[in-house]
Design a protein around this ligand. Structure first.
Ligand code: IDP
Ligand code: MG
Length: 142
């Protein structure tokens, strides 16, 4: 999910491009405003954290781009493409390492496990995703 700062800063194309160029397939995409109840649900695991309220305010501060990406090891590799949570520690070459400075403005969310990805896809895309197979598949996978 591209967070409101990523959308406001015009980074949507750049971020999508990094996942596309890697070879992952886009299975769902939408620009939406979420309300605090939705944001609280998305970040339910962090509800006890001191930054929870600020995090919810951040996520509801403007439209976000929700995406579903598919591919081999996409969760683990996606997290590597995104980089460490705190952009001060994110490696150059990662999205956060290249495009962000502060932890509370780190431009993108990525699911941290297959289990949470399933849960988050259900929350963000209740009507399901789009089934299709890229004609480039054999040029990406052996
Ligand atoms: P992640 O986004 O890398 O999975 P999480 O620990 O799940 O990191 O935290 C969710 C989001 O909450 C982070 O992306 C960041 O925007 C925010 N956050 C995490 N830790 C802090 C903090 O210590 N201060 C302020 N915001 C934080
Ligand atoms: Mg997380």
């Amino acid at each position: 999910m591209i967070k409101p700062d990523g959308v406001q800063r015009g980074l949507v194309g750049e971020i999508i491009s990094r996942f596309e160029k890697k070879g992952f397939s886009l299975k769902g995409l939408k620009l939406i405003n979420v309300d605090s109840a939705f944001a609280e649900k998305h970040y339910a695991d962090l509800s006890a954290k001191p930054f929870f309220h600020g995090l919810v305010e951040y996520i509801i501060s403007g439209p976000v781009v929700a995406m579903v990406w598919e591919g081999k090891n996409v969760v683990v590799t996606g997290r590597k493409i995104i980089g460490a949570t705190n952009p001060s520690e994110s490696a150059p070459g990662t999205i956060r390492g290249d495009l962000a400075i502060e932890i509370g403005r780190n431009v993108i969310h990525g699911s941290d496990s297959v289990e949470s990805a399933r849960k988050e896809i259900g929350l963000w895309f209740p009507d399901g995703t789009v089934p299709w197979k890229s004609s480039l598949h054999p040029w990406i996978y052996e």
